[in-house]
Design a binder for this molecule. Structure first.
Ligand SMILES: NC(=O)c1ccc[n+]([C@@H]2O[C@H](COP(=O)([O-])OP(=O)(O)OC[C@H]3O[C@@H](n4cnc5c(N)ncnc54)[C@H](OP(=O)(O)O)[C@@H]3O)[C@@H](O)[C@H]2O)c1
Length: 304
């Protein structure tokens, strides 16, 4: 977290669930050190935490928030989310969240893992939900179909968690092939694709310093419409996207073509049968209006 702050990250996502409070303590420890060292000011940081659904009763929400604030060592949590829909009446949770905002213990409140139906129920109760944090990545695009347009219409930002599909997109060869001539890793391309969506922020988790640096840089990447389409089309890649591409992108496409037309295996013996004809192999791969600082970093030792 100290490295992340040095790199420039300002948003940190955690939850009472992560390590049963352990992650919040790590966040609190790092923030305290960074503030003491003068690396960052409190008003530059944006701390997100979440209440367990089973704690999200009218009184339980306030108590859970107090525990979380103690663990992160702050008077205020900047964004406090209901982690997912649970057994308590949503009206009670929302009332508690409103009280927390009024008392200044929470800057804004929101939800997580809410689908369109959940959002409709919520919007009937309150118009001031500040965010919905959901699973969204090139490998998991469900939230982009109905939920994202709904959130747009309600002017509620989507926070994409697992934007690199829990790391699986980082090793995706076709994404790497598209990204290479653009000077981007597969993970950076996956992240830039998420961030190119209007009204979407992302909270990649990274421990390795290089990953932290790469992800921070990805927030500044602007992908052309063709590259965005190519990434989105990667399940059923077709060459029609190549036609309107610029030079760099054409190079990327050529690399991708080489990848998808690569023979599936090498001949075993030089004297054996002729190598199989190259064949097209469609490989299946498995996200800016931002109220938050541009770059999110998740401080979650053990997600979920
Ligand atoms: N609201 C919810 O219900 C919910 C659910 C799940 C997650 N979340 C939040 O979202 C955060 C991120 O989700 P996630 O951890 O599931 O998935 P993720 O951010 O998509 O992927 C994390 C994995 O990707 C690797 N990685 C990160 N940047 C990379 C890069 N540039 N190149 C190569 N590999 C890279 C990380 O490796 P290293 O760590 O080794 O660097 C780690 O293994 C969580 O930490 C949590 O805060 C919220």
């Amino acid at each position: 977290m100290r490295s992340a702050i040095e790199i420039g990250y300002r948003l940190f996502d955690t939850a009472e669930m992560y390590g049963e409070g352990g992650a919040e303590e790590v966040v609190g420890h790092a923030i305290a050190q960074a503030l003491r060292a003068g690396d960052v000011r409190r008003d530059e940081l944006f701390i997100v935490s979440k209440v367990y659904p089973h704690n999200a009763s009218r009184l339980g929400t306030a108590a859970a928030c107090a525990r979380s604030r103690k663990r992160v060592g702050l008077d205020r949590i900047d964004l406090y989310l209901l982690h997912w829909c649970g057994e308590h009446a949503l009206a009670d949770t929302v009332a508690a969240l409103h009280e927390l905002v009024q008392s200044g213990h929470v800057g804004a409140w929101g939800v997580s893992n809410f689908d369109v139906e959940d959002m409709r129920e919520l919007s009937a109760l309150a118009p001031d939900c500040a965010a919905n944090q959901v699973y969204f990545s090139l490998g998991q695009r469900g939230a982009g179909f109905a939920l994202l347009p709904w959130l747009h219409s309600a002017a509620i930002p989507l926070m994409a968690y697992s934007p690199i599909a829990q790391g699986s997109l980082a090793g995706h060869r076709a994404l790497a092939a598209i990204g290479e001539p653009l000077g981007l890793t597969a993970a950076q391309l996956a992240l830039a694709w998420v961030l190119a969506k209007d009204g979407v922020a992302a909270i990649p988790k990274a421990v390795k310093a290089q990953h932290l640096r790469d992800n921070f840089a990805a927030a500044g990447v602007v992908l052309s419409a063709d590259v965005l389409r190519l990434c989105a089309d990667i399940n059923g890649f077709s060459l029609h996207a190549a036609v309107r591409c610029g030079a760099d992108e054409r190079q990327a496409l050529e690399q991708l073509c080489r990848y998808i037309t690569r023979p599936p295996c090498r001949p075993r013996r030089a004297s054996g049968p002729a190598p199989r004809q190259a064949q097209t192999v469609h490989r299946t791969v498995c996200v800016r209006a931002r109220p938050w600082p541009t770059n999110g970093c998740s401080a979650t030792p053990r997600p979920r």
